[in-house]
Design a protein around this ligand. Structure first.
Ligand code: SF4
Ligand code: SF4
Length: 288
């Protein structure tokens, strides 16, 4: 097991709230409106994120992170502390608020990942808003859409419409009970041809046994401070890293073997934290 090179910039995916103003039919997350702990916990979250050793990017998501009552305050504090800030958002916030976000992350901008939800917004209007935001953001903006079976035939046109505006639209496979739904073989083929999950060229890769820096240079943390190595780790309630708010949080010292048969974490794949170039285990079986 050879580990990829040490990732100079670590990444935290922070699901900072569960609240969302949408109720998408394919949403895999809870969207409760419990606001009780938000304000009280924010200073301790910020302290913990700014104390992480080395260089880190904070990827803010939810729910819908712009619905967090202290969202811009958190962004400002993280940026002032030298962290790169990225966000995963449905982009429903007012343009004034979106512009304020772009301004606060100007010095060290991360990625804006704008998720298109056609049950709530017309794609053409959404793409126009994405263009407006991209013109104000110093970093990249990518668009994602959940590739439900019903939406599959419409995706090529939306991808082309985005491209015409100089934007990139990437797909997310639909999940049920946290597993990719049972696409028909021709649907899987279409998904792969359109780039696979997040442009990785894959739908549900299996990196079991490969060295991965998740747990050391990548981790996820929820709105209660519970930290796990990656999303599959949280799904199985294994490889918990402790709680960020009670002092029990510990990063692992190095890369360790992946224990999961389905990796839905695009960040470690994109950032070279796991060797995603070799054919994955499932593909090898499929080819046999
Ligand atoms: S916008 Fe995202 S978090 Fe909100 S309901 Fe839709 S899928 Fe869920
Ligand atoms: S599931 Fe993905 S992110 Fe998690 S340890 Fe395996 S390769 Fe790394």
């Amino acid at each position: 097991m050879r580990a990829p090179l040490y990732p100079l910039e670590g990444v935290v995916s922070w699901n900072m709230n569960t609240t969302c103003n949408y109720r998408c039919s394919y949403c895999t997350q809870r969207f409760s409106d419990d606001r009780s702990r938000w304000a009280a916990d924010l200073p301790r979250f910020l302290e913990a994120f700014l104390a992480l050793p080395g260089d880190w990017e904070l990827k803010l998501s939810g729910g819908e992170p712009f619905r967090h009552p202290n969202f811009l305050e958190a962004v400002q504090a993280l940026a002032a502390g030298g962290r790169r800030v990225s966000v995963v958002t449905n982009l429903s916030a007012d343009r004034e608020v979106l512009a304020a976000y772009c301004d606060r992350v100007r010095v060290r901008p991360g990625v804006i990942s704008a998720s298109l939800h056609p049950e709530y917004v017309a794609p053409t209007a959404f793409l126009e808003k994405c263009r407006w935001v991209a013109d104000r953001h110093q970093g990249p903006l990518v668009i994602t859409v959940v590739a439900t079976q019903a939406l599959l035939p419409r995706l090529p046109a939306w991808i082309a419409e985005a491209e015409a505006l100089g934007l990139r639209l990437k797909l997310q496979p639909e999940k049920q009970d946290r597993e990719v739904i049972d696409y028909a073989p021709e649907e899987r083929q279409a998904l792969i041809q359109l780039g696979g999950h997040g442009g990785t060229g894959r739908i549900d890769p299996n990196f079991e046994g490969r060295a991965c820096w998740a747990g050391s240079r990548y981790f996820i943390v929820d709105h209660l401070g519970e930290a796990y190595r990656c999303y599959p780790a949280r799904r199985y309630r294994s490889e918990r890293l402790g709680n960020l708010l009670d002092g029990s949080f510990r990063l692992r010292p190095s890369a360790e073997p992946c224990r999961y048969r389905y990796c839905n974490c695009v960040v470690p794949q994109e950032r070279g934290m796991v060797d995603a170039k070799e054919p994955d285990v499932r593909r090898t079986h499929e080819a046999e």
